[in-house]
Design a protein around this ligand. Structure first.
Ligand SMILES: Cc1cc2nc3c(=O)[nH]c(=O)nc-3n(C[C@H](O)[C@H](O)[C@H](O)COP(=O)(O)OP(=O)(O)OC[C@H]3O[C@@H](n4cnc5c(N)ncnc54)[C@H](O)[C@@H]3O)c2cc1C
Length: 349
């Protein structure tokens, strides 16, 4: 036990809630670790990096990708320990009162307090159910639209009919050579205005249809033709494509809370039932972001920041009962003295 590094707070999840928690716990002088399943920080924002975000206070419209960069930079201000590619499989408490987090890597993480910031859990895109499809993933089979530029001047086939599929089709339509949208139902399921925009655009929507076959290029690494079958008429079409985008929703891995032998009260069998001050039913375990549920909960990026600051303040009091309830505001906080001087020097250059 003595060989293990013990953290004041361990944050599970590196999305907006986890990153702001890391910033704020650093501000409160806590020894902080952040554990993220994905190979990068930023959370669910990586699902929509090209979208413009308008509803984060103090940010004029900002590309989500830029917001990720800023959130990460702020989250790392106080140099927390960051473990990427690590899934926390369970949380328990040992006889010494420490939280013990079991990582899928085999590593065990020890902490005096925990902030659960896992959002909607681990999201994995539903894969295209065609044998051998995975071999095209490096070349032109995509599960997200990371940059619009990748699709400029291309013939793109999007499979899916929900909000994201409709959104991507609308964004790609003006820059792509041709956009096909293949959806297995007879109507698109996205927001009404966006569906109308799509139906009135140059994009061709193939409803009641599904992908039945992929034909590879001569080199075998790219999809060249996609066979689409109308499930009502049985008609099959072979469509030449440059890029294929699959948006069939996400599988959600919510096993963390199920596997944890702590008396954590949940809501709708997944969310952590908590207080507006980010406390859960287990002392020492706090929650922030989309995973936290209470009557006043705001499921926005902006809401994650308040949750995070509350969670950190409560965690600080949990491990140091005599600590102040909240941190000194940043404009008067000594933690920034040397950084402010460096910034001033930089501005004078
Ligand atoms: C398409 C789309 C558009 C959106 N647009 C907006 C918008 O314009 N404005 C707005 O305010 N909000 C928007 N949202 C909502 C916003 O993205 C979420 O509210 C926000 O990401 C929640 O942040 P979070 O940190 O709680 O969770 P997440 O961003 O989901 O991050 C949670 C992180 O925890 C990790 N994790 C989960 N389980 C484990 C585990 N066991 N071990 C280790 N790591 C784990 C996940 O990999 C993930 O990185 C949008 C959401 C979507 C899907």
């Amino acid at each position: 036990m003595a060989n293990h590094d013990i953290f004041d707070v361990t944050i599970i999840g590196g999305g907006p809630a986890g990153l702001y928690s890391a910033f704020y716990s650093g501000l409160r002088g806590m020894k902080t670790k952040i554990i993220e399943f994905q190979p990068r920080l930023g959370g669910k924002l990586h699902v929509y990096p090209e979208k413009m975000i308008w509803d984060v206070g103090g940010q004029t419209p900002i590309r989500c990708e830029q917001l990720i960069t800023q959130l990460v930079e702020q989250g790392l201000t106080f140099d927390p320990t960051v473990c990427l590619d690590e899934k926390v499989e369970s949380m328990a408490k040992n006889e010494e009162g420490l939280f013990v987090l079991a990582g899928a890597s085999g590593e065990v993480h020890y902490s005096k307090s925990v902030i659960v910031a896992v959002g909607g859990g681990i999201l994995k895109p539903q894969k295209l159910q065609i044998e051998g499809a995975e071999r095209f993933e490096v070349a032109n089979l995509n599960y997200t639209v990371k940059t619009l530029e990748r699709f400029r001047g291309s013939t793109v086939l999007i499979s899916g009919g929900g909000n994201s599929a409709v959104d991507w089709a609308n964004e790609l339509e003006p820059i792509a050579e041709k956009v096909y949208v293949v959806h297995r139902k007879s109507e698109m399921a996205g927001h009404e205005a966006q569906v109308r925009q799509l139906l009135e655009s140059r994009a061709e929507c193939l409803l009641d249809s599904a992908i039945t076959r992929l034909v590879a290029s001569d080199a075998g690494d790219r999809v060249e033709l996609v066979e689409v079958m109308n499930q009502v008429t049985g008609e099959r079409r072979m469509l030449p494509v440059d890029q294929l985008v699959i948006n069939h929703g996400y599988e959600r891995d919510a096993s963390l809370l199920e596997n944890s032998p702590l008396d954590l009260e949940t809501k709708d069998e997944f969310y952590l039932k908590g207080t507006p001050a980010s406390e859960t039913s287990v002392p020492g375990v706090f929650a922030a972001g989309d995973i936290l549920q209470h009557d006043g909960k705001l499921n926005l990026i902006a809401g994650t920041f308040t949750d995070a600051a509350n969670a950190v303040n409560k965690a600080k009091k949990f491990i140091e009962p005599d600590a102040a309830n909240i941190a000194m505001v940043s404009s008067h906080n000594d933690a920034f003295n040397s950084r402010n001087q460096a910034l001033k020097k930089q501005a004078m250059r």
